[in-house]
Write a new protein. Structure first.
Length: 94
């Protein structure tokens, strides 16, 4: 089985921010992860990430929130989207 693109979305927001989401189903877990998904979720501005979720090889599942990086407990793509959007909405309300 080859990697299968499940979801790709990009939105340029009025304030100049970008939301971009890419999720793949992969035949074997990315090193550091235990599930069959490779993902990258981004909220920020050109050249500046404010929020990001990804499972970079060897680092496993983690999120970037402003200047912090911390591990993330991946359970499903749906929960990933919900958690990401909750963070985006919290930052945008500030």
């Amino acid at each position: 089985m080859k990697a299968e693109l499940l979801y790709r979305y990009r939105e340029d927001l009025d304030e100049g921010a970008i939301i971009e989401v890419v999720v793949w189903r992969v035949p074997t877990p990315v090193p550091g992860s235990t599930h069959a998904f490779k993902y990258r979720l981004f909220y920020g501005f050109s050249g500046h990430r404010v929020i990001g979720y990804d499972n970079e090889s060897e680092k496993g599942d983690h999120r970037h929130f402003e200047d912090r990086e911390e591990s993330y407990m991946f359970t499903s793509p749906e929960q990933l989207f919900d958690d990401f959007l909750a963070d985006v909405n919290a930052v945008r309300r500030k």
